[in-house]
Ligand binder design. Sequence first.
Ligand code: GLU
Length: 445
Amino acid sequence: MRVRFAPSPTGALHIGGARTALFNWLMARHEGEDGTLVLRIEDTDRERSTPENVAQILDALQWLELDWDEGPISQISRSDRHQEVLAQLLDDGHAYRSTATADDVRAYKARHGADRGFRGTAEGEGAIRLRVPDDGASVVRDVIRGDTTFQHVHLDDAVIARGDGTALYNFAVAVDDHDAGITHVVRGEDHLSNTPKQLLVYEALGAAPPVFAHLPLLHGPDGKKLSKRHGAASVQELRDAGYLPAAVRNYLALLGWGDADDETLIPTAELVRRFDIARVSRNPAQFDEVKLRWMNGRYLRELSTDELTAQLERFTGRTGLRDAVEISREKVQTLADFWPLAGFIFDGPADDAAAREKWLGEAGQAVLADVRSALAQVDPYELAPIEAALRGVVEARGAKPKDVFQPVRVALAGVPVSPGIFETLAVLGRDESLARIDRAIGQTG
Ligand code: GLU
């Protein structure tokens, strides 16, 4: 089996593209030694294809840990070969040069009917069009969608190269896939309508087409086509949002994969073992970032504290995080959740006037005074005695736990959200805890 991932470097790698890459990768790896993944960069759009975009796509694939076996092959670097095949098709009459413009095509349809495919006349100059026979049909055999028949009479003679001879997508993709010996083309459903044109190119080359699989579109939870509106849209954004590549692979693999109704956490090796493109559902799949967050939280919990600390130190660019990680790990779902929750341990309390007003009023001040003297006497200054001291204050005041813990939290963190209060006091140490409480005493909203 030889598959390929063929992104156009006209922007970042989007989530839909990442899923296409992943499915191709899973197919190739499922075959072991007999599977090859080719990476081709479809850079024939010279204006929008930039080296930065190429670098970004490679970087995204590497972050996802999707490796390829051949390439990256630049499509532009194959222009000589494209020229050679174009000359051959012109020569044997499968293609012709025509100066027909978009207006000419419209006029043709006005005369012959809107669903009539455009037929031009060979003029020996202009863009190169593929000659589509009037009779017959092209049938796209798709392992996900079954057969789709396109009657030739409705297909335009497609432009396959510009006047200057540079090849266009539907031509270049077929020649490149053919030359690379691609056996399975797996890509987004938005390409389905291009496929009959590519089949006609294969036919003109006298070559057998590959097997096709068009993946259903990705929708957001609202049922609309996936876009920026739904949250992170590119792989880089997923990385910046603190997702782990393994969780992203797991989540994307399940999108549209009809094998896993009742299970969600499937490690990559298991995905590779079980992957079968024929089981992908043809219905649109829903990308729901809330579910991805949940799944990522599960993956984070499976890391040891040392592993998670290493990841978080890389993510935040800070060091010495281990104790803070230990007490926060149950409360974070992504790497990006950590610093807003626990950064105050290092950077001091946040400035939140509303929290001060709510928790450091008269009652809060009295609580802090009691907590301060209790903590000053805790010996040793460790988790269990700290907890006992705070519960002692709750009891002595006949208060609700919250009315004691929240003022302490705001004193330490500035906000009423933090890792466990006893754990936080222990990690900060007695001196720092008392100093923050002292600062909060007399500091009302
Ligand atoms: N270059 C095309 C794209 O990025 C994909 C072509 C293909 O997979 O056939 O949409």
